[in-house]
Design a protein around this ligand. Sequence first.
Ligand code: NAI
Length: 326
Amino acid sequence: MVKVVVCGAAGGIGQPLSLLLKQSDLVTDLSLYDVVNAAGVAADLSHINTKSTVRGHGRDDIDAALAGAHTVVIPAGVPRKPGMTRDDLFKINAGIVRDLAEGVARNCPSAFVLVISNPVNSTVPIVCEVLKKHGVFNPKKVFGISTLDVVRSSRFVSEVDPSIDPKNTRVTVIGGHSGVTIVPLLSQIHGQAFTKEQLDTLTHRIQYGGDEVVKAKDGAGSATLSMAYAGARFTNVILEATIGGKTGLIESTYVNLLADPESTSVFRTKTGLDYFAQDVEFGPEGISRIVPLPVISDYEQSLLNEAIPELMTNITKGASFITDST
Ligand code: NAI
């Protein structure tokens, strides 16, 4: 049995994400949890002729929704409106993510937990601290989904250089998932040498790509469809590596660096960061290794220097939301 739970399944991301996950043959049970309309979304998806059963769970049914889950994906919470930063969402989303993590600790303590709810830089530390509090934290199994930054990078570079195939060009994106903390390593694209002007434009567009969508939606939310695509891509990597037997799968994702203390100890000592987005290789237990940082350009180093203090603030804010309340 491979049960995948989507928490926030009736939302702008949750619905298309659930639709994409319904297409996976690796999932046997799709469990849709939301405080509104989960039953309706579940009834609709349950008619699609793929292997998984679909069940909807409402507000008071969180324990049944999560019980025995293999993977829990969390896009629950409020999205941005024009003029808001991801950090502005903290007030509401921190409590929502905390309560869902408590549910994971109670009902499926060994599940893979994939966090979409923003601000990811802070919500991932919240999940980890809750799981620590319950003695069930495994750093190899908790992820912030920063795949949308990777997806956008591949697409945006192909608009600058049409010889790049966006589908088959994976850009490593390190740091975190908001503004200046998003550090795309464009120097790593094989055979590519962008001009300084192109680098400036591309980097800014990747860091603030979410704002393009927030502005275009004009108050109706943030990226949902591209995020669902990115979320399904990342969830499928987890499923393929942990139950599909695939090896060598790599994605950039925001993780607790204790997942691979050996390869990250120098970096942790140098920066003081406990969480960072980096290329990760997956195996049957989740993270099999955090790929060491490649040699980066001076341009990327200066971006990283700017990202580190902001990340530190975001991480401390998330972690202390839990540690200071106990
Ligand atoms: P939405 O408002 O359309 O959907 C959120 C859903 O969460 C709603 O259905 C709501 O009922 C549900 N919800 C609220 N409280 C809940 C709770 N306690 N338990 C379960 N469900 C609950 O928002 P949207 O657009 O789907 O965005 C969701 C989150 O994803 C936001 O925080 C947004 O900032 C974030 N996001 C993350 C991205 C990333 O790259 N990681 C990209 C885009 C958005």
